[in-house]
Design a protein around this ligand. Structure first.
Ligand SMILES: [Zn+2]
Length: 261
């Protein structure tokens, strides 16, 4: 799940704030009995992490690639149409409903103020997101492919592979372009769109309309020119890019001419 889905999850779980956990189950081995009888004090998102704060500690949920969750409040589902895979990692039941989490990485944070551990200026969906800082941090990786840098959670917390691909398509950027080969204005546009498209992703997710509105991710034909959408696993992160060679031309500076694809 990408940042917008986690932010939406934090919104959907607000009815649990102030509620006491009455039953705990699941196959997690981190000692989840500790959650029994605790009161949820806060639920928040940072990037791709969801945090449930209790009085003296917090539970951090990282959904990794396949993690998913569901919640019901007074018998009504408040979450999306996520796939469910196998036995739950964690089920929390309170007086007003139930939260179920599958295939996520869980960790306890021994602090009464988990919010203080996070730099919200690096979260593309945060009100305090700092695009200037993101731009500076991006420039520190001149040789990296832009597709890799967009997935760096210390720079673009919340951006996952779908957002990466859509932003590169929307800004007509080849995923293989090195940071040093992007003109300053082009790079600024990419940084800004990482936030703009993340909010669009959030609204589409809220309306259960994400998949059909993606322009390049998972597509085989380019919506803009009708050409072929190519797929390639690449970069140090070895993640898949979807791209149109016509609409996203490779930009190579003089130093890279010989090495260009
Ligand atoms: Zn195209």
């Amino acid at each position: 799940m990408e940042g917008p889905s986690i932010h939406l999850a934090a919104e959907q779980l607000q009815p649990f704030v102030g509620r006491r956990i009455l039953r705990v189950s699941g196959n997690s081995r981190i000692g989840i009995d500790r959650l029994n009888h605790r009161v949820v004090r806060d639920v928040f998102a940072w990037g791709k992490q969801l945090v449930l704060q209790f009085d003296t500690f917090a539970l951090r949920v990282h959904f990794l690639l396949w993690g998913t969750f569901a919640a019901t409040v007074r018998g009504t589902s408040v979450t999306g149409d996520y796939r469910r895979t196998g036995p739950p990692r964690l089920v929390l039941a309170s007086t007003n409903g139930e939260i179920t989490i599958w295939s996520a990485s869980l960790r306890f944070l021994d602090t009464a103020r988990a919010r203080d551990l996070y730099d919200f200026s690096a979260d593309v969906l945060s009100p305090t997101w700092n695009p200037r800082a993101a731009l500076q941090k991006t420039r520190r990786h001149p040789d990296a492919e832009i597709a890799d840098v967009l997935l760096d959670q210390s720079i673009f917390a919340g951006v996952g592979n779908i957002i990466k691909n859509e932003v590169l398509y929307r800004t007509r950027t080849s995923p293989f372009t090195s940071v040093r080969d992007l003109a300053p204005r082009h790079l600024r546009t990419i940084v800004e769109d990482a936030r703009v498209f993340s909010f669009r992703f959030l609204e589409l997710r809220r309306a259960f309309a994400l998949r059909k509105n993606l322009e390049v991710y998972g597509r085989s034909v380019c919506a803009s020119c009708g050409g072929k959408v190519n797929r390639k696993v690449h970069g140090t992160r070895e993640r898949r890019s979807f791209f149109c060679r016509t609409c996203q031309p490779v930009l190579a500076g003089p130093a890279r001419t010989l090495a260009r694809r």
